[in-house]
Design a protein around this ligand. Sequence first.
Ligand SMILES: CC(C)(COP(=O)(O)OP(=O)(O)OC[C@H]1O[C@@H](n2cnc3c(N)ncnc32)[C@H](O)[C@@H]1OP(=O)(O)O)[C@@H](O)C(=O)NCCC(=O)NCCS
Length: 163
Amino acid sequence: MPSYYVERLKINFKTLEEFKQFRDYGLAELSMLEDLEANLIENNSESPFYGIYLYGRLAARMCLYHIDAKYDRYFSPPQEYLELWKLEVLAPYQKQGLGSALVSYAKQFGLPIKTNARNRSAQFWEKMGFQPVRYSPERDRGESPYVWLPENVSLLDEENKEK
Ligand SMILES: CC(C)(COP(=O)(O)OP(=O)(O)OC[C@H]1O[C@@H](n2cnc3c(N)ncnc32)[C@H](O)[C@@H]1OP(=O)(O)O)[C@@H](O)C(=O)NCCC(=O)NCCS
């Protein structure tokens, strides 16, 4: 598998134009566009998106949000973690290792990661070393949460089960 260069994406009109190629283009991107147009954020501001360019085209992207420990309801002990969403590889570039490259990049932060396995992607997440979390309707609200645990971190659910 070739190694890919993952970079943090800048918020600018060019990046937002590239985002339109992705299926999961929605409110998050539109609100960035509005903020840029209203000069609420600067052109070239840092974004929570990371991506891989191939031949000058944004071929894959993901969004990573740092969630503060006080909002953690997944891990034990409660701690800061990463919410990974909007992972998407454009169709012509799928199954060439780009998705795994982005997920490996996210793991390098050494924080637990939580994602929502959409579009029947559970098998992909399991290959990436993620595990499903016991569904809690009140906490997970229709999501299919999968998590990745670094060393010395366990799941809150597992601890509660033992009590
Ligand atoms: C799911 C997705 C992110 C995977 O990225 P990718 O670059 O195609 O995946 P990779 O090439 O890194 O594949 C890594 C492994 O996962 C497997 N895999 C890839 N997509 C899969 C899927 N949808 N279901 C099951 N396994 C999958 C690959 O076969 C590969 O297995 P191997 O190591 O045994 O060969 C990508 O296909 C995609 O964007 N799909 C559309 C959007 C989507 O479903 N997003 C889900 C994230 S919530």
